[in-house]
Design a protein around this ligand. Structure first.
Ligand code: AMP
Ligand code: MG
Length: 396
């Protein structure tokens, strides 16, 4: 049995970032940049108007009501432009190139135009007003996004705007998921005595999808040594990380530990001083990581968030933690006995955290409305109302 901290340290020490791949930008979403992306062009690439209005020479405006002669217009995408010299103005629209000579754009709400003359009802007009400078967003040759950045929708929009169409990211891990338990029914089967519907695989797959992992292969094994060995063997061959659900306790029909042993996997730890999720096993076979998660749905999910997620963060090359930790005051007092640290399903509401009803490890309904876990080490087994506690925010 190891402590929570020891378990986390050993997992990080044994997790390695996967090799990099260069992929089309459209396929890179949810991945993490393995190299800095250098801006191939400046953004904006030319002086742009940020308003519908009139391009002018700002020093022409010496008092409100100054009149200027119109010399033409500049609309978005236009190539042939008038030149705005002293005493002149050009009609201009948002995103259009600012004509040579113009030093500011006055928004049309502050003007009135008739008969080829525009009156500027604004004073003073600062140099550069309503003009987006070349490279104001990013200069050509500058680091647009540093390595480790998530390829988010925003990042894709930014890079597309510079015609960057491929990026180098860390490979995403392929995950194998083994479901054990003779009591488990697949969806659609009719409920029979002694049986329950299998839910951990869909739950864990959803959690993996949420952080951008799409390659999830699910296998099922009966509670029997040979079947468990065969299923684990196949999953280990095809995947980077294998998660097993159930069959890791000390019951006569728990075969995951024995199967891993038979396959020559190294056990890095078995059992963590925590509640829920004590029977967690973490192991390795060559570079492949194995997490054997307890079958109780809430234990499975707590172990996923607390142990699998930090490993995936390192494997995927993310600079930011997937599970963010903050200190918040707790709404209600809480105490517990025993020698194990506790993880409580919780909700962050406003500036405080609420521990939810239904903390037993078979109860998953509380998880359905949780957005956080409270971590209470044994040294903090009695918390008063308003006391600061460590809160782990679940990915959304
Ligand atoms: P185990 O870890 O195999 O001893 O299972 C612990 C508890 O979790 C038992 O009540 C199981 O029926 C339940 N359980 C195990 N696997 C699943 C699963 N995939 N979906 C739902 N419940 C499960
Ligand atoms: Mg079982």
């Amino acid at each position: 049995m190891v402590t929570v901290n020891e378990a986390k340290q050993r997992i990080i020490a044994n997790s390695n970032t996967l090799p990099t791949v260069t992929v089309p930008l459209e396929k890179a979403g949810g991945g993490f940049l393995a190299k800095d992306v250098i801006a191939p062009i400046a953004l904006p690439p030319f002086r742009q108007s940020s308003m519908d209005g009139y391009a002018i020479v700002h020093s022409d405006i010496t008092q409100p009501g100054t009149e200027l002669r119109l010399v033409g217009e500049s609309k978005a995408g236009q190539v042939d432009l008038p030149v705005v010299n002293i005493g002149l103005a050009a009609r201009i629209f948002t995103g259009a190139p600012v004509p040579d000579g113009a030093t500011a754009v006055v928004m049309q709400e502050n003007t009135s135009a008739a008969d080829g003359i525009v009156m500027i009802n604004e004073f003073p007009v600062p140099d550069g007003k309503n003009i987006r400078r070349v490279g104001q967003q990013i200069a050509a040759g500058a680091v647009a996004l540093p390595a480790g950045t998530l390829v988010s929708p925003g990042a894709i929009g930014f890079l597309k705007g510079m015609d960057v169409n491929a990026v180098t990211v860390y490979s995403k891990p392929r995950i194998g998921l083994l479901v054990t338990g003779d009591e488990l029914l697949k969806s659609g089967e009719s409920l029979r005595p002694g049986k329950i519907y299998e839910s951990n695989s869909a739950m864990l797959k959803a959690a993996l999808n949420q952080i951008g992992i799409d390659s999830v292969t699910i296998s099922y094994a009966s509670d029997e040594l040979h079947a468990t060995i065969e299923a684990l063997k196949a999953l280990l061959e095809e995947n980077d990380v294998v998660l097993a659900s159930g069959g890791i306790s000390v019951g006569d029909y728990d075969f995951v530990g024995k199967a891993l042993e038979a396959l020559g996997a190294e056990t890095i730890f078995y059992k963590v001083r925590q509640k829920p999720g004590k029977p967690l096993l973490f192991g390795k076979k060559k570079e492949k990581l194995i997490f054997a998660l307890p079958g109780n749905p809430a234990s499975s999910l707590v172990c996923y968030y607390e142990y699998v997620l930090p490993a995936l963060q390192k494997i995927m090359g993310s600079k930011e933690p997937f599970l963010r930790s903050v200190q918040l005051p707790i709404r209600h007092a809480y105490r517990f006995d025993g020698e194990r640290d506790e993880f409580l399903k919780a909700r962050v509401e406003g500036n405080e955290v609420v521990s939810l009803d239904g903390q037993e490890s078979f109860v998953i309904g509380s998880f359905a409305i949780a957005n956080a876990l409270i971590y209470l080490p044994v040294s903090q087994n009695q918390v008063a109302v308003g006391e600061l506690v460590e809160v782990h925010l679940l990915p959304v």
